[in-house]
Design a protein around this ligand. Sequence first.
Ligand code: C2E
Ligand code: CA
Ligand code: CA
Length: 406
Amino acid sequence: MPMRELRFLLVEDHRFQRWALRQTLHSLGAQHVQEAENGKAALELFRNAEPPVDIIISDLDMPGMDGMEFIRHVGETGQPVAIILASALESALIASVETMTTAYGIHLLGAIEKPVTPDRLRDVIDGYIGPRRRGQPSEVRTFALEEILQGLAHNEFEPYFQPKIELASGAILGAEALARWRHPVEGIVAPLRFIPPLEDSGHIDELTMAMLKMAATHCHAWQERGLPASVSVNLSLKSLADVMLADRITQLVHDQHLDPRHVVLEVTESAAAANVGSALENLSRLRMKGFGLSIDDYGTGYSSMQQLSRIAFSELKIDQIFVRNSSRQESSRVILETSLDMARRLNIAAVAEGVETRAEWDLLNSLGCTMAQGYFVAPPMAAAEFASWTRNWRLDGRAEQAGRDR
Ligand code: C2E
Ligand code: CA
Ligand code: CA
């Protein structure tokens, strides 16, 4: 979307700085700029803006409703919008607000230290990919539980596979199975729209088992074909409350003639551990049976994970937010390096998720990360597409090639 069409909202209590920011925006070609001197007024403008605001540029330290509270309220509206943080506060604090912003589901374009220069502002705005306008709320709507369960009963769910590549060699070490719903009317539906209702209602196991079964079948086929890749399946922490889970998973994988050594279970941190005892029992048993265990979204989770980390995890998956920000945010870089260091000391594999660029790939490679997963290599693909992708990748064999082909 060209600059002149973007709708900006400036939130800044300092009158001169607000004026300067507006001038800067105009000098970059912006034509629609609204402004507010505090969070409350900004929220009012934001809620009533028609057409909706595309980008908010907000100060953090403001009297009354501060930037943090404002961002939370913006997140609560559920309206798609991107935010740029502009602040004179120290970078460590800006970093934690960045993480908070993302946690509230807001698209954070970047944080700029004051004073804001035109070049820096343009760089950050350039990263703006026009999100869904308000006219298409169906994109984020979750489905009703009944409809999801019906879809499960009709086998409309399937795994898409995203490769996990060894940075040092370019070898395909595995693939993560990511659930997709082939909806009869809406087409391919992403997990965000069906996982939360399944988790909230206690039905997530039905999806997990269906995914695991299909993932195991495909992985078995890869092995037969001579591709020694493991398959990773996401496990909700909620499922771990049932002490029989490990046995059911083991049985199911055996039934598909697959050795548990080829299966990695990724435990997401998003759900709070309902019952730490049974979670530990399940995870220990799974590990004992030979399954790989991965800590998903490492770095973003709650303290529950610290208890679980007493388990012999075999893999640590570094959340994409740290990969994304590592080049420009010191705290992210530190978390990235510390995570890699920890994985090395524990002698377990480190997987970086969300690797999108050549620069990220190179950085991770130089820091000794084991595997990379992300759009730089390939997006999640339907099983057949993944199978043919692996053939071509083996021909090219190198990440450089993937970069050039893009
Ligand atoms: P996750 O496990 O962290 O999976 C990674 C997500 O990042 C996937 O989103 C993937 O499509 C996306 N991704 C991959 N590469 C890139 C990249 O380079 N850049 C960016 N920006 N994103 C990338 P997806 O498929 O929408 O899945 C979202 C989440 O849903 C997953 O996050 C996982 O927590 C959950 N999920 C997916 N399948 C299942 C499942 O079968 N069971 C459970 N319990 N959760 C699942
Ligand atoms: Ca995962
Ligand atoms: Ca993740």
